[in-house]
Design a protein around this ligand. Structure first.
Ligand SMILES: Nc1ncnc2c1ncn2[C@@H]1O[C@H](COP(=O)(O)OP(=O)(O)O)[C@@H](O)[C@H]1O
Ligand SMILES: O=P(O)(O)OC[C@H]1O[C@](O)(COP(=O)(O)O)[C@@H](O)[C@@H]1O
Ligand SMILES: [Mg+2]
Length: 530
């Protein structure tokens, strides 16, 4: 079995990934994912060699200053781009978002905006949030994220989100646009609503929605005028008021269209792909010296964005998923030798399947893309199902859509955004289970539930509603503060701004050595299927 041993005195440190334990060469998770790959039955490792190589820089641990160098390198990596990087003499002025005075400003604002000097409810630009709060004593501690072999405590700070005292855009000159891209996710309407409401409180009058994702720029579809009145009740239903899509025009065409439309703030709601696009739009705007703020709000039901406690819509998805699991359980439990199967979304990350299995307490087998498994053989899933039917009388299996892709024929088909189109593992596993028991000559009543699109179309639950509210507001505060090429998130329960490249360098995945995955295994009671 291959092991990964860093050279004595130095190791590779990938700047864009040091925050995730998969990237650390100390600790066991990378070894585990490598081991899984070597067995040839895992679809992909959580961090590819190319990804590591492209960003890796050496840390010389014999250098007594390595820790302070690491910390200052981290500070510069997490620096958030600002308009003054390009427009050096841009002059800020007092914010129109007054935390104390709630009355809209109607008088002439030429002499400055009202502000209360005695009460500072604003966020200082130098405020920081500590990204990592656990001090691991050993690289073998569960979930350890160690930089050196001694697990030295190294501070990693990121920028605090929220309204600033000084802003860089005159609200009366702003034209703000909102676009929602990729697949649906509960909470999109909540975020749209908060962005509009907050923009209006700053004093922005021109707010539009771009229809159907980035495509709306290319096809020159009519903008949708937005106001508090328009968005007042949109959060009461799922989906996106603006529509979503995959694929679309080139970055250059998008920025051409933004110029034609006179857009000075762009709020982009989407996942990894959308954020890659948002960052490219930001870069292109800078190249053209456009005074534009591009701010992302991470949207992914799969919860696969790095660094964040969670992304909006995920809690709702888990809640809905456990309803499907409960139905599968009731079906299975009420049948003679019943087996219930539930397939949940999760292209490359099994967070929904893991959390829904944990939440329901009714799952016997949870299968996710990050953990390899055999179907057949002495340690296979099918043998365990047989054991469950013999001992419990019924069984429930929950599988993430990206799991077990190695069992399916590859088509190499891609969607309009370039995402690989996955085979249907739910249907496959259902057929394999039926075949297995038929060949055994033992009865099994198999029921398969695929609730994926039902889950995605739900409206946000209360906790997601709050998350969307804060993220939407912070996106607007970030844009007015002059930041661009950033995204908003929640880290250790605090709200932060992050540079886009740091959160999309690869999809976040369930760590098979994490406490949470072990808790899931404890709860299901499933063995290793290897
Ligand atoms: N690397 C990229 N650069 C620029 N745009 C991208 C990139 N990847 C995807 N996009 C665009 O972002 C949008 C959403 O991407 P997609 O992968 O479908 O969803 P998500 O943002 O949820 O990951 C699509 O319009 C797609 O064309
Ligand atoms: O049918 P669609 O629109 O391609 O969506 C399916 C995909 O949506 C997701 O739930 C989320 O994907 P995005 O984050 O790219 O929107 C994936 O897990 C799943 O593969
Ligand atoms: Mg994507």
């Amino acid at each position: 079995m291959e092991s990964i041993t860093p050279a004595i005195g130095s190791t590779l440190f990938p700047p864009a990934k040091s925050h995730d334990r998969t990237s650390q060469l100390f600790g066991s998770s990378l070894t585990t994912s490598r081991r899984i790959n070597l067995n040839g039955i895992c679809r992909k490792s959580r961090i590819s060699a190319e990804q590591k190589a492209s960003t890796a820089v050496a840390i010389d641990f014999t250098d007594p200053d390595w820790k302070s160098k690491y910390e200052s390198d981290f500070e510069s990596r997490f620096n958030i781009p600002h308009l003054t990087d390009v427009f050096e003499d841009a002059v800020p002025f007092p914010s129109t978002f007054c935390l104390k005075m709630r009355t809209p400003i109607t008088e002439d604002i030429a002499d400055g905006y009202p502000s209360d000097e005695n009460w500072h409810g604003y966020i200082n630009n130098d405020d920081r949030v500590l990204l990592k709060v656990i001090r691991f004593s050993s690289p073998t501690s569960a979930g350890a994220e160690c930089i050196d072999s001694d697990c030295t405590w190294v501070e990693q700070w990121v920028h605090r989100a929220g309204p600033r005292k000084k802003i860089y855009f005159k609200p009366e000159n702003v034209k703000a646009a909102i676009v929602t891209c990729g697949g649906l996710c509960p909470g999109l309407n909540d975020v749209i609503r908060q962005i509009v409401i907050t923009l209006e409180i700053y004093g922005v009058k021109k707010i539009v929605g771009i229809p159907f994702g980035y495509r709306g720029f290319g096809d020159e579809l009519a903008e949708m005028p937005l106001s508090r009145k328009v968005v007042q009740n949109v959060h009461l239903s799922g989906g996106s008021l603006l529509g979503v899509s995959r694929g679309g025009p080139t970055i250059s065409e998008i920025v051409d269209s933004m110029q034609e439309r006179g857009i000075s703030m762009l709020f982009v709601l989407g996942g990894n792909g959308t954020h890659a696009g948002a960052n490219a739009i930001h870069t292109e705007c800078r190249k053209r010296r456009l005074k534009v703020a591009v701010v992302g709000v991470p949207k992914t039901i799969d919860n696969d964005i790095l660094l964040m406690d969670k992304t909006f819509g995920f809690d709702t998805a888990v809640e809905e998923a456990q309803r499907a699991i409960n139905s599968a359980y009731i079906e299975a439990h009420s049948a003679y030798r019943g087996i219930g199967i539930v397939k949940l979304m999760g292209r490359s990350s099994g967070f929904i399947a893991m959390q829904a299995s944990l939440a329901s307490g009714q799952v016997d087998i949870c299968l996710i893309p990050e953990v390899a498994f055999h179907l057949h053989g002495p340690h296979g899933v099918l043998g365990h199902l047989k054991y469950l039917l013999e001992t419990k009388g019924s069984a429930v299996l929950c599988i993430a859509e990206g799991a077990g892709q190695n069992f399916l024929e590859k088509t190499n088909a891609k969607d309009a955004s370039g995402n690989i189109v996955l085979g249907d593992i739910g249907v496959h596993i259902q057929q394999e289970i039926k075949k297995y028991f038929k060949e055994l000559g033992a009865p099994a009543d198999v029921k398969y539930i695929d609730p994926t699109y039902m889950i995605r179309a739900c409206r946000a639950n209360a906790s997601d509603g709050i998350l969307c509210t804060v993220l939407g507001q912070n996106a607007v505060h970030g844009a007015f503060a002059g930041y661009s090429g950033i995204t908003v998130g929640i880290c250790n329960t605090h709200y932060v701004y992050l540079p886009i490249p740091e959160v999309i360098s690869y999809p976040r995945a369930v760590d098979p050595n994490s406490r949470m995955w072990h808790r899931c295994l404890t709860s299901t009671g499933q063995p290793d299927f290897i």
